[in-house]
Design a protein around this ligand. Structure first.
Ligand SMILES: CC(C)(COP(=O)(O)OP(=O)(O)OC[C@H]1O[C@@H](n2cnc3c(N)ncnc32)[C@H](O)[C@@H]1OP(=O)(O)O)[C@@H](O)C(=O)NCCC(=O)NCCS
Length: 220
């Protein structure tokens, strides 16, 4: 007899599988856009098994294919993945939900709390939406490093972001509804390994999404 399984709950297994399907789809689209046409069976997705980046997804591609990075998130009924061939990515998707002041103080610095409240007023969104978006940003930041929640969320942060206009494409299942919000952003991370990242923020259909990309460091 053999007993195995990544997750005990069937729903968790479905979410895991949906994340892998989303990851392969993102990789195939991204590679095709740069002229590399593959089929899903040619891609492998495993994960770091030990060490400070344990759990981080790892992509296997056929010889001669550019190295890829991928990030995966699932929440409620949706799974999403983001892929790149240059640098590292982090994505987080959350169902918008009420969070109390204890949560705000535990997760966000004073500067971040001021910024999120300012954005909530500026964009005329519900407070819960902006707190959820802030949480997604934090998780996307710790996913792009691979450290996940082993990093203190108070130490890995941002001071705000710059908005660069709406995203022209619709994100199916998220921003294809009235009142959706989707902007391209750049931000500087704070804490160890400060970086400038680009990405997008979205709200729609009761979900919040943050995508962050940090380009590959160029040799000095
Ligand atoms: C990565 C992490 C932030 C994800 O949190 P989440 O919001 O619950 O889940 P999401 O759906 O957004 O993301 C899950 C996906 O993140 C990815 N992931 C897992 N560990 C990761 C890591 N260290 N870095 C980047 N991505 C990671 C996986 O693809 C995972 O999907 P899978 O479990 O189906 O393989 C969290 O699980 C974490 O920090 N894990 C590592 C540290 C840890 O295990 N700590 C224990 C609790 S303190």
């Amino acid at each position: 007899m053999a007993v195995s399984g990544m997750h005990r709950l069937p729903e968790r297994r479905v979410a895991h599988l949906a994340g892998r399907v989303a990851a392969k789809s993102a990789l195939l689209h991204h590679l095709a856009a740069s002229g590399v046409r593959l089929v899903a069976q040619e891609l492998g997705i495993s994960q770091v098994m030990a060490g400070p980046e344990q759990g981080r997804p790892v992509v296997q591609v056929p010889p001669g294919t550019p190295a890829c990075d991928v990030s995966i998130s699932h929440s409620k009924d949706l799974a999403v993945a983001v892929a790149t061939t240059g640098g590292r990515v982090g994505v987080d998707l959350e169902a918008v939900q009420p969070r109390g002041p204890g949560f705000h103080d535990e997760v966000f610095t004073d500067v971040e709390q001021d910024w999120l409240m300012h954005c909530q007023r500026h964009h005329g969104r519900e407070p819960d939406e902006l707190w959820s978006l802030g949480w997604c940003l934090k998780e996307a930041l710790v996913k792009r490093t691979g450290h996940g929640l082993r990093d203190s969320l108070q130490q890995v942060g941002f001071t705000g972001w710059e908005e660069h206009g709406p995203l022209s494409a619709v994100i199916p299942g998220l921003t294809d509804a009235p009142g959706a919000f989707c902007v391209r952003i750049t931000l500087n991370s704070t804490g160890p390994g400060r970086e400038t990242l680009s990405g997008l923020l979205a709200l729609g259909r009761g979900y919040a999404l943050a995508v962050l990309h940090v380009p590959e460091a160029r040799p000095a």
